[in-house]
Design a protein around this ligand. Structure first.
Ligand code: NAP
Length: 280
């Protein structure tokens, strides 16, 4: 039976660290660290994520400034807002919640964020630094949290075969780069991958970011593997991961639950990125 990795508990420890650093910052500078949270449109999941992030800021002595915009906001208006926040001295981090409404080019909005206020780590400069192995960049929150979850097992990443299913810019690609940085041998799988099960069966570390409920089943997992489930699939009956947790947990060595795994770590890493940015 695999050990359950509690992202919730690890995130709580990180938040204590963030809170202490945020308090020290305020004592030193006379102002709170500030995070601007921008959301556009009416996506219900985005509204939940933003609410959780704002609540986490309150818990950690970080001031949050919310900008909730209509579905029909224009790209220019969003870029203007981002530019205003870039120039605002009380704002240390800017988060633009994705997805944005369909008529907006997310890349243009994300590129407008000043790289040193890029709390999410999605700016092309920060993504580039990650791929070049430069430590001065901001690391995307979910991938950064995933590495912490893997390290929390006490298992060494070095030399292990890590398989990532999914190649998005926000999860799959950056987590693959981080695993490589940690000296894993990395295989990235996607919708065109052939013989997926044969590949996942060889994974010592399996990171799943597909967005399909219970996509990974027990027969796809090597005994003793570390399984990290990034998926967040909501329907009227609840929130489900990409991994069939109940069956996979008897094969895996370690496994993250959904909810309570990667999700809370993403929020904790957002706060850590904001505090790191302010102190820098
Ligand atoms: P995405 O952009 O939709 O990417 C999904 C990836 O899965 C794509 O690379 C796709 O391949 C691949 N894929 C789809 N069907 C597949 C199949 N049959 N076999 C192998 N690969 C397949 O998703 P994302 O933004 O990375 O998010 C993935 C999941 O993580 C979602 O459920 C999302 O809600 C969740 N998420 C959670 C957090 C968190 O904090 N917990 C953060 C971000 C995302 P192609 O590239 O070939 O299309």
């Amino acid at each position: 039976m695999g050990e359950i990795i509690s992202g919730k508990q690890i995130a709580a420890q990180i938040k204590l660290k963030v809170q202490a650093r945020a308090q020290a910052f305020e004592q030193k500078t006379g102002r709170k660290i500030g995070l601007a949270v921008v959301r556009a449109g009416s996506d219900p999941a985005s509204a939940i994520y933003v609410r959780n992030k704002v609540k986490a800021c309150e818990e950690c002595n970080i001031a949050s400034y919310s900008y909730i915009l209509d579905d029909n906001v224009s790209q220019d208006e969003l870029v203007t807002l981002v530019n205003k926040l870039n120039a605002d001295d009380k704002i240390d981090g800017i988060l633009v919640q994705l997805p944005l409404p369909k008529h907006i080019d997310e890349r243009i909005v994300l590129s407008a964020i000043s790289p040193n206020k890029d709390a999410d780590g999605f700016h092309v400069v920060n993504a580039g630094k990650l791929f070049l192995g430069e430590s001065s960049g901001v690391i995307a929150c979910t991938p950064r949290g995933i590495i912490e979850l893997i390290k929390s097992t006490g298992e060494d990443i070095c030399g292990k075969h890590a398989v990532v299913i999914g190649r998005s810019n926000i999860v799959g690609k950056p987590v693959a780069a981080l695993l490589l940085e940690n000296n894993a041998t990395v295989t990235v799988c996607h919708s065109k991958t052939q013989h997926l099960k044969e590949i996942t069966k060889t994974a010592d570390i399996l990171v799943v970011a597909v967005g399909k409920r219970h996509f990974v089943t027990a027969d796809m997992v090597k005994r003793g593997a570390i399984v990290i489930d990034v998926g967040m699939n909501r329907d009227e009956s609840g929130l489900y991961g990409d991994v069939d947790f109940e069956n996979v947990k008897s094969v895996a060595g370690y496994i993250t639950p959904v909810p309570g795994g990667v999700g809370p770590m993403t929020v904790a890493m957002l706060l850590l990125n904001t505090v790191d940015g302010a102190r820098a």
